[in-house]
Design a protein around this ligand. Sequence first.
Ligand code: SAM
Length: 287
Amino acid sequence: MERNEQKAIEALLARHGFHFSKSLGQNFLIKREVPHMIASASGAQETDGVLEIGPGIGALSSELCRRAGKVVAVELDQTLLPILKETMANFDNFEVVPGDVLKLDVPALVREKLAGYTPIVCANLPYNITTPVLTALIRAQCFRSITVLVQLEVAQRLCAKPGTAAYGAFSVFMQYYTEPSLRFEVAREHFIPTPKVTSAVLRAEVRAVPPVAVEDEAFFFRTVNAAFALRRKTLVNSLMTAFGAQLSKEELTQAVTGCGLDANIRGERLGLEEFAALAAALKRRLG
Ligand code: SAM
């Protein structure tokens, strides 16, 4: 890390009387090279409008503004607004939207602020809200791609393949709607304050069409969640948690084996196609 860069950031924060908030997941990038690499991984270009979540003091925002047509950044911490005014003064394609990203109507914001651009997301996410933010961004169905800095374990989970320990219901959700790939790791010493964990940049290309045909998405994800409800048990036992009131164990076993799966298989072994087939079979049995 360049000592001067960190010193300049610390002086800026001290001048504004800024104090880091742990509950807001505030770990700021201090080395220019990392935001440069993240912005580059996002593929942002002039025709793109970027939604950034949590600009902090603008380390990543400025790199995005150099590449994209427009950058709209949602920041919850009001005390950062005067700092951003100073650090982002040279960029006329930057706009801060004060507020909580989890309370925003994301599609409405994109329609209002990024009209005429191809919307993408690029952000160093607050760690404590990674899952709800990613879920909201995917459900918004308006982004071409989502590039985020998250905990390394989270990035690995999102990209995990069936049969691995990291594979879970959120991996299925992510891989159904997007094609996620882990781009590179970011060591702890690139942030102030230094976090306890290693981070990684994940880029997810949003799919135009899901990779498997699913008739009822809500029911598909109900099946997926049920399959992972009891990780150490068989798929059939795990499915009992959600469907046991309507279907007997024997009927659930028949649904599983009817899809060509072993009666004792565990849920974590199933890929997207197998989950789609299982959901369709369960739906047929429920009538
Ligand atoms: N982008 C900056 C960087 O890379 O140095 C800061 C990233 S820091 C990990 C997360 C940022 O998200 C902080 O600025 C924090 O105040 C902001 N934040 C936390 N929760 C938020 C929320 N619910 N909505 C919007 N911003 C939030």
